[in-house]
Design a protein around this ligand. Structure first.
Ligand code: ATP
Length: 238
């Protein structure tokens, strides 16, 4: 398989408890791949394995052709991989600006970091108005934007997103997913998206992967998956 991110027969779990069973998938550069499936299907476990929080028991993960097996979690960002975890990944005691700057902290090039910060305020207009506000004063949507902005400050090539719509109104979810789509189209960003909100995820994604009990049961263009009534009824509950 080709692709910016390629998982080849990856099995992983927690201690002696296997969760992922021989998962293979390919995420093409500049695309959005949505991973969908019921609660407990292993979606979060999949992201945790890609980012290196869990190590595969077998199989391998390649990013831009390089095996990620030896890469530490803290080095993933330098490799170009950023994770926005479920629950948003915002430090609530810090201000909007401090959170954003934290995302770009590892960058040596200060001018580039400043330019990126300005770009984040352009992208996320509500954050521009609340630069000095502490994270705990933000709405759910603003927090999600901040988590996204913070991850983007690292200048990733691959963004891993765990349930960005969690707790958000449909309008805000649509806004955030639409923004992701534009980022992919305009900057070549690649996204691996995990979403409970299957309809919205498949509507914005290029490709879709259905996970069931830790195995891939379908991997196809997102529009095909969305149109497959049997598959939707059997695995996705709508
Ligand atoms: N830290 C852990 N230790 C042991 N088992 C775990 C741990 N975290 C998750 N699991 C188990 O792994 C399986 C997959 O969980 P995971 O969170 O990856 O699923 P998910 O598809 O993301 O679910 P959801 O949509 O509910 O978030 C579940 O059976 C869960 O109980």
């Amino acid at each position: 398989m080709s692709g910016l991110l390629v998982l080849d027969s990856v099995s992983a779990g927690y201690g002696q408890v296997p969760v992922l069973h021989g998962v293979s998938l390919s995420v093409e550069a500049g695309s959005i791949t949505a991973v969908v499936g019921a609660n407990g299907a292993g979606k979060t476990t999949l992201l945790r394995t890609v980012i290196g929080q869990l190590r595969p028991a077998s199989g391998n993960i390649r990013f831009d052709g390089t095996d990620l097996a030896a890469t530490k979690v803290e080095d993933m960002v330098r490799r170009g991989i950023a994770l926005v975890p479920e629950g948003r990944g915002v430090i609530t005691e810090l201000t909007v600006e401090e959170n954003l700057r934290l995302g770009g902290l590892w960058r040596r090039d200060r001018a580039a970091a400043a330019a990126l910060l300005a770009r984040m305020y352009e992208l996320f207009e509500p954050l521009d108005r609340r630069r000095k506000a502490p994270g705990h004063q933000l709405s759910g949507g603003e927090r999600q934007m901040l988590a996204l902005g913070r991850a983007l400050m690292a200048g990733p090539r691959l963004l891993l997103l765990d349930e960005p719509s969690l707790g958000l109104a449909p309008r805000i979810t649509a806004q955030i997913l639409g923004l992701l789509r534009s980022l992919c189209d305009d900057t070549g960003l690649t996204v691996l998206l995990i979403e409970q909100n299957v309809r919205s995820a498949l509507a914005v994604a290029d490709d879709g992967v259905v996970l069931n009990l830790g195995s891939v049961v379908a991997a196809r263009p997102a529009a095909d998956l969305a149109a497959d009534t049997d598959l939707r009824h059997t695995y996705l509950g709508f």
